[in-house]
Write a protein that binds this ligand. Structure first.
Ligand code: ZN
Length: 189
C-alpha cells in the first residue's frame, strides 16, 4: 500500500469523491502497476462499498461526481468517469460525461476498467430478459433524446434493435432517428 500520509495530505483528509471525513481508506484504482499514490484514491467506506458493488448504488450520493470529476488527480478523474458511466441511465450523469475533460492517457486508463467490467454478462431489459440483435422492445418510461429534439414516449415500440459493446446500451430507431437507448428502460416486446 502506498504512503497513506501522502494521500491524507492530498485529499485534505476527506473523501476525494464525496468529501466525507469518516472511515477513509486508500483505494487502488485498477489496473495498477506500482500502487503509488498516483494510482490510488483516498475515499470513504460509503463510496468504496458502492464502487465494489457491496452496497446498492445510491443515485443521490453520486451527485458528488459533478465536483470530483474536475479534481486534478488522474486517479480521481478515472474513478469519477467510471462511476458516471455506471450511472449513465441518469441524465445528469450523461451530461457530466459529455463535459468531463481528461488527458488521453487518463481516458485510456478509465476505459480499461470499464472494458474489463463489460466482458461480464449479456444485455438485459428491465425484467432481466436477455436482448438480442433484431429484437423488438418497448420503452417503459418517457426518455428525452439527447441531440434530437423530442421525447420518446413510454410505450413506444422500437423494432429491430442492435446491441452495442456496452450491455447497458442498445441502438434503435425512434421517430426515424437512430438513437442509443438504456437497456434498463426497455422491455422485450
Ligand atoms: Zn465518499
Amino acid at each position: 500500500m502506498p504512503n497513506e500520509n501522502a494521500l491524507k495530505q492530498r485529499s485534505n483528509n476527506s473523501c476525494e469523491l464525496c468529501t466525507a471525513t469518516n472511515n477513509l481508506s486508500v483505494y487502488p484504482v485498477p489496473p495498477t502497476s506500482d500502487l503509488s499514490a498516483q494510482q490510488c484514491v483516498y475515499i470513504c467506506d460509503t463510496c468504496q462499498k458502492q464502487i465494489d458493488g457491496e452496497a446498492e448504488l445510491d443515485m443521490n450520493h453520486w451527485r458528488c461526481l459533478n465536483d470530483s470529476m474536475w479534481n486534478q488527480e488522474p486517479a480521481v478523474q478515472v474513478i469519477s468517469y467510471r462511476m458516471l458511466h455506471k450511472l449513465s441511465a441518469e441524465s445528469w450523469a450523461q451530461d457530466a460525461l459529455d463535459m468531463i475533460y481528461m488527458e488521453d492517457d487518463v481516458k485510456t486508463w478509465a476505459e480499461q476498467g470499464i472494458a474489463a467490467e463489460q466482458r461480464e454478462g449479456p444485455t438485459r431489459d428491465s425484467n432481466g430478459a436477455e436482448l438480442h440483435d433484431g429484437d423488438d422492445v418497448t420503452l417503459i418510461k418517457d426518455l428525452k433524446v439527447k441531440g434530437a429534439n423530442f421525447t420518446a414516449k413510454q410505450g413506444t415500440l422500437v423494432r429491430g434493435i442492435t446491441l452495442t459493446d456496452n450491455p447497458e446500451h442498445i441502438e434503435g430507431k425512434v421517430n426515424g432517428t437512430r438513437i442509443v437507448l438504456v437497456s434498463a428502460y426497455l422491455k422485450k416486446a
